[in-house]
Design a protein around this ligand. Structure first.
Ligand code: SF4
Length: 343
């Protein structure tokens, strides 16, 4: 078991290590597995800007999380590059000692215009969501928004700005984009970016998830291995979600994130802060701890630290390991939407 400087452990002895911060709940895409247009169209009320945690509040809370053992911080959304002046927040967070990894996940559509500023401000790592290189398939998944060309030019700009080991995340669905996976593999092998294939998950309450729509990682692994032989690699760190493989011909590596077929809750070190300051201890949580109200009512750092410490100590989330049990329960409490807390 890894020991971070001052580890805080939950009920399954999992250390608190990885904080994901949703800086905005809005997005310019309407990906069917996350924010389907039918439910989150023009009539849906997203958070008002007054409800967003300010950069100062995010930085203050992040310092507290880091004092409790967090060493990895990832900015997410919605689409984080829609949050105005995001590079200023990155500048503030990059001055916090003991953050080993400051990363961001984006759909890439605004990256071309912001990559240089993000890098200059201190962002260390980038993950770009790209579910297909085929225009029609891409649009089928994004709610008709954006294009692979736009995302690719964003990735190119990020590489020119100095980002390395850029991760490309693709959520694979049966009979939707499964047939275009090898194009993504070819792109990642030729570009040097790291492709990660993600099993389609029942996040939130609106993507009408069916287990029959899941393409299991092992299936993809066999297909890819038949074309480009691969071999397993060690995890980069405790709690890493992707199973890593390298191409035997030296053309880089590929990862598989198998929350459905091979749940990884046993080593889950992640917690999530929503745009409006609610703390979630699981991607599939139904409950949260409100940090914004006490923070705005003058709570001290000690009081906020106690709230977070209690939340983690009591943590017993293992949704993916018990997915089918939970799904069999009627009147399940609604889960948080993924775009409210980031993936
Ligand atoms: S389902 Fe919850 S506990 Fe399991 S790995 Fe995902 S976030 Fe962690």
């Amino acid at each position: 078991m890894p020991q971070t400087k001052n580890s805080l452990f939950d009920t399954f002895q999992r250390p608190m290590q990885d904080l994901r911060i949703s800086v905005i709940d809005r997005c310019n895409f309407r990906c069917s597995y996350c924010m389907p247009d039918a439910e989150f169209g023009k009539h849906y009320s997203f958070l008002q800007t007054k409800d967003w945690l300010t950069f100062g509040e995010i930085t203050r809370l992040t310092k507290i999380f880091v004092s409790l053992g967090v060493s990895k911080v990832r900015l997410t959304g919605g689409e984080p590059l829609l949050r105005p002046d995001l590079h200023e927040l990155i500048g503030q967070l990059s001055t916090i000692k003991n953050i080993d990894d400051l990363a961001l996940t984006t759909n890439g559509s605004f990256l071309a215009g912001q990559a240089a500023d993000l890098q200059k401000a201190g962002l260390r790592r980038l993950t770009v969501s790209l579910d297909s290189l085929d225009e029609a398939t891409f649009k089928k998944l994004s709610g008709g928004r954006g294009s692979p060309t736009e995302v690719l030019s964003g990735i190119t700009a990020a590489k020119q700005a100095g980002f390395r080991n850029i991760k490309i995340n693709a959520v694979i669905q049966k009979n939707i984009n499964e047939h275009t996976v090898l194009d993504l593999v070819d792109y990642s092998r030729s570009s040097g970016h790291i492709l990660r294939l993600i099993e389609y998950m029942d996040v939130g309450n609106c993507n009408h998830w069916e287990s029959t729509a899941v393409v299991k990682s092992n299936t993809l692994l066999e297909q890819i291995n038949a074309q480009y032989p691969i071999e397993p690699l060690e995890a980069n760190y405790y709690g890493e979600v992707a199973e890593r493989y390298r191409f035997k011909d030296g053309q880089g590596e590929i990862g598989f994130i198998s929350s459905v077929s091979q749940p990884f809750c046993g080593t889950c070190t992640r917690l999530r802060l929503s745009t409006d300051g609610k703390l979630y201890t699981c991607l599939f949580a139904s409950q949260s701890i409100d940090l914004a109200t006490p923070l705005r009512n003058g709570a001290t750092d000690t009081e906020l630290t106690a709230l977070i410490t209690t939340a983690w100590h009591k943590r017993a989330d293992k949704y993916s390991e018990n997915r089918y049990l939970f799904r069999s329960i009627d009147r399940q409490a609604p889960k948080v939407e993924m775009f409210q807390i980031g993936g």
